[in-house]
Design a protein around this ligand. Structure first.
Ligand SMILES: [Mg+2]
Length: 378
């Protein structure tokens, strides 16, 4: 089997004026990402996502990957990740190289799964779970005039039992946001907070200690991803587990996070970390240090499908029938048609349970009309 076609498809959606999404670093209205569509000589089609703007992803793929991918057997998928550090020498770990690799890698796994008639999680080391617990990413900062608790209230009404909220803009307001979220979620819910790397260590430590009484499962990106010493400072003074990974790319970045014990949870994004091959390597490295793996998902439905297949295959350590902290997968509750409209059967988190697709490959079908609606190049 040979890959005969590689198409990059830029996607974009812009929220209306005044409806921007906010994290601690500021507001944004545009969601942009890139899909890759591979086709083989026997007519199999595979999809992947580079969580990067279209023009950059396309140029990176054309410059660095296209010649190797056309004519390649998709079963040779893992050679791509290895090769990404050889050629291009010096910038293999770059975000755009690893994003481009992610899309091609996932698309190859999609084809491999379709070729052998199995979902990807069965090929990545076996079926660990058939359902997953989604957590709602919610309580963004917003310019809209709406009650603070309204978004997380909506998530609870949908059936979510776990949620992650944005904090980190100001230590003075962090505590109130967490208090409100905990009140709405109830004592049994799982609550995480995301500072989006907006703090210096002393600010993160101040907030972390102030919110400790609200039983927070993890603090995400307390300091910038480029600040490993900051992670070590925070970790030494805070009892709440730390998480990071959405801004780390490839095995070497993640090895540092894991080996230095900068965090308790690594969060590879399947559209940026290098793809499924690299994510499996990251999960294996994490397991040797008893670091948890919880994929970051702020992608289109294709990246989400890849993350769900990956999450279904990740084993816990120590291996136990009584897992105290079950696998969680992120489910953004902000408006994003690239997530909610791109599949013929969109992922449904209703009732707080997410079914892992059992059909071959990624187990999803692209809605071509929706794809055409959000293409940024037509
Ligand atoms: Mg985050």
């Amino acid at each position: 089997m040979e890959i005969t076609s590689l198409e990059t498809i830029p996607l974009e959606h812009e929220l209306p004026e005044g409806r921007g999404l906010g994290d601690a670093r500021g507001f944004g209205r545009t969601r942009a990402t890139t899909l890759v569509r591979l086709e083989t000589d026997d007519g199999l089609v595979g999809w992947g996502e580079a969580f990067a703007p279209g023009s950059i992803a396309a140029a990176t793929i054309d410059e660095l990957f296209r010649d190797d991918v056309i004519g390649m057997d998709p079963f040779d998928v893992e050679s791509l990740a290895d090769g990404s550090y050889t050629d291009p020498y010096h910038f293999g770990g770059d975000v755009f190289v690893q994003s481009a690799l992610s899309a091609i890698d996932v698309a190859c796994w999609d084809i491999v799964g379709k070729s052998v008639g199995r979902p990807i999680h069965r090929l990545l080391g076996g079926r660990e779970r058939e359902t997953l617990t989604p957590y709602a990413s919610t309580m963004y900062y917003t310019a809209e005039d709406r009650p603070l608790e309204e978004p997380i209230q909506e998530a609870v009404e949908e059936g979510f039992t776990a949620a992650k909220i944005k904090i980190g803009a100001d230590p003075e307001t962090d505590v109130e946001r967490v208090r409100v979220a905990r009140e709405v979620l109830g004592d049994d819910g799982t609550l995480m907070v995301d500072m989006n790397g907006n703090y210096r260590p002393h600010q993160a430590i101040k907030t972390a200690n102030a919110i400790a009484e609200y039983d927070v499962a993890w603090i995400e990106e307390p300091v910038p991803p480029e600040n490993p010493s900051g992670y070590r400072d925070v970790k030494a003074k805070v009892d709440v587990p730390l998480a990071a990974g959405e801004a780390h790319y490839g095995r070497f970045d993640f090895k540092q996070l894991i080996d230095d014990r900068q965090v308790d949870i690594v969060q590879p994004n399947l559209g940026r970390c290098g793809g499924l091959s690299e994510a499996r390597l990251i999960a294996d490295m994490a397991s040797t240090e008893n670091v948890a793996v919880r994929p970051h998902i702020w992608n289109s439905a294709v990246g989400m499908a890849a993350a769900i297949q990956f999450a279904a295959s990740v084993s816990d350590y120590p291996h136990t029938r009584n897992v105290p902290e079950p696998m969680l997968v992120e489910f953004d509750r902000s408006t994003n048609p690239l997530r909610s409209e791109l599949l013929e059967e969109p992922f449904d988190p209703a009732g707080g349970v997410l079914e892992v697709p059992q059909e071959p490959g990624l187990g999803v079908s692209i809605d071509e009309a929706a794809l055409a609606r959000y293409r940024a190049d037509e």
